[in-house]
Design a protein around this ligand. Structure first.
Ligand code: FAD
Ligand code: NAI
Length: 464
């Protein structure tokens, strides 16, 4: 048995990044992971497999919808589902093995098994107790359950996101419960693969918390792609009979009850922190009223020497937020200054077109009592987006009317998830909209639309 400076519990993007940074800073580090492979939810059953399916289904959509328009003639490909699943599995394996390599390279011990905390400085894995100066809880999250709905991923009829990534076949019809990020990403992937997809959402708009104009335009674009929406509807029950599901929901406006039948139901109504089996109550680690691990501004829990990060703590459930916290807490434990700027964490939905945002929405900026100006530029005025058949969206820049400082940006358009980062960097440097407007942007790129939106915060966009 060795004694460590740090034991990290969980090898998702929060945990593995924390372990690597701590080892780079000279600490003796172990990381406990109960799964067969490293990488957590993100690499195994989250970000990476979902992006593989989104990419493959996008390619299919291109061949069917856009190839002929570009003069690319010939037979339209059919889906070999097993092969597509193989491509997804290879993509995942390439990445999880990569983390294993990085652990070896940085001399991090992978303690295989499920961990519990016996006391501060003592982590039990299997029958062994390992001693450590510090513990970081990075145990992540799991799908939230929904009353009246029983998920059975193995049967493949009523599934959560994990089941939806590995369905036995492409269903002819699918009901998605919840118009959040998971529901829309996976719903749009299956719609492109041929399923008739209906999204049932409790609220009156899709993607809660996003900029209102983006929500509306996004819904319009997805509807054009064939997704049907039932908004303001609370699902009360899902029944399965002979391998088919019936979803019952009540419309909130008049309490009327309705049913939809489908071959598959994806329950995507949010995720909750996963802390089962860690023994937190035994050691006195406090939780919030929503079950997250409570932390202070240095990611330390209510017990000295025990820290927590990622999906297990409050904040957006995003891989890059977990990674940033992982790096920062490693710095803190190593006696340095760890920092995360929670005001500049981008969010991206990887549909086609992509939706990306950072900072305040127009609504939130106005609610904060500031005077704001909004610069908007449609991709219809962007040559590159038109060539890509993705000109239906826009860039919306929010700036402070008095100081011109950029407060937020919301993009719906091609590669929005890449483009948002120039605004993130600008915001980190406290830039004004004019700083972006005065920066030369290469032509023809989609990023020119970001500059145009910044110009629209001032004397006006050129191509609008
Ligand atoms: P996790 O990745 O959940 O890792 C926690 C790990 O801890 C797990 O491997 C678990 O097995 C292990 N563990 C738990 N308890 C113990 C224990 N007691 N002992 C040992 N090991 C333990 N985010 C994005 O930013 N971009 C995306 O595109 C994106 N796509 C997603 C798609 C889907 C379908 C899903 C479900 C999520 C997606 N997310 C995405 C969210 C992202 O996956 C999470 O925010 C991220 O994985 C959180 O990282 P984490 O390290 O906190 O936890
Ligand atoms: P979510 O919180 O994004 O969306 C859940 C939706 O379900 C909400 O719109 C909610 O109003 C609705 N809902 C809840 N109960 C309902 C009911 N009874 N009937 C109908 N609708 C109901 O959660 P989601 O999509 O499950 O994603 C979980 C987390 O995973 C998110 O917090 C997200 O951060 C992360 N994620 C991130 C991705 C990305 O960054 N691209 C991709 C996928 C997931």
């Amino acid at each position: 048995m060795s004694t460590y400076d740090l034991i990290v519990i969980g090898a998702g993007p929060g945990g593995y990044v924390c372990a690597i940074r701590a080892a780079q800073l000279g600490l003796k580090v172990a990381c406990v992971e109960g799964r067969e492979t490293l990488g957590g939810t993100c690499l195994n059953v989250g970000c990476i497999p979902s992006k593989a399916l989104l990419h493959a289904s996008h390619m299919l959509h291109e061949t069917h919808e856009n190839f002929e328009k570009m003069g690319l003639m010939g037979a339209k490909p059919k889906v070999d589902w097993e092969k597509m699943q193989g491509y997804k599995a290879e993509t995942v394996a390439g990445n999880t093995k990569g983390i294993e390599f990085l652990f070896k390279k940085n001399k991090i011990d992978w303690l295989k098994g499920w961990a519990s905390i016996e006391a501060p400085g003592k982590v039990k894995v299997g029958d062994q107790i390992h001693e450590t100066k510090n513990i970081v809880i990075a145990s992540g999250s799991e799908p939230a359950s929904l009353k009246g709905v029983e998920v059975d991923n193995a049967a493949g009829v009523v599934v959560d996101s994990t089941g939806a990534l590995s369905l036995p076949k492409i269903p002819k019809s699918m009901v998605v419960i919840g118009a959040g990020v998971i529901g829309l990403e996976l719903g749009s992937a299956y719609a492109r693969l041929g399923a008739e997809v209906t999204v049932v959402e409790f609220l009156d708009a899709i993607t809660p918390g996003m900029d209102g104009e983006v929500q509306k335009q996004f819904q319009k674009i997805l509807a054009k792609q064939g997704l049907k929406f039932v908004l303001g509807a609370a699902v009360s029950e899902v029944e399965v009979e002979k391998g088919k599901a019936e979803v019952t929901y009540k419309l909130r406006k008049d309490d009327s009850e309705h049913e939809i039948k489908a071959e598959c139901v994806l329950v995507a109504t949010g995720r909750r922190p996963y802390v089962a089996g860690l023994g937190l109550d035994k050691v006195g680690v406090a939780l919030t009223d929503r079950g997250f691990v409570q932390i202070d501004e240095h990611w330390q829990t209510s017990v000295k020497g025990i820290y927590a990060i990622g999906d297990a703590v409050p904040g957006p459930m995003l891989a890059h937020k977990a990674e940033d916290e992982g790096m920062a807490v490693a710095e803190v434990i190593a006696g340095k200054h760890g920092h995360v700027n929670y005001d500049v964490i981008p969010g991206v939905i990887y549909t086609t077109p992509e939706v990306a945002s950072v900072g305040l929405t127009e609504e939130a900026a106005k609610e904060s009592g500031r005077k704001v100006k909004v610069g908007k530029f449609p991709f219809m005025g962007n040559a590159r987006a038109k060539a890509l058949f993705q000109a239906e969206g826009f860039v919306k820049m929010i700036a402070d009317a008095e100081t011109d400082r950029v407060l937020g940006c919301h993009i719906i358009g091609p590669n929005a998830g890449e483009m948002i980062h120039e605004v993130c960097v600008a915001m980190e440097f406290g830039a004004s909209a004019q700083d972006i407007a005065l920066t030369c942007h290469a032509h023809p790129t989609c990023s020119e639309a970001v500059r145009e939106a910044a110009l629209a915060c001032g004397d006006g966009a050129i191509h609008a």
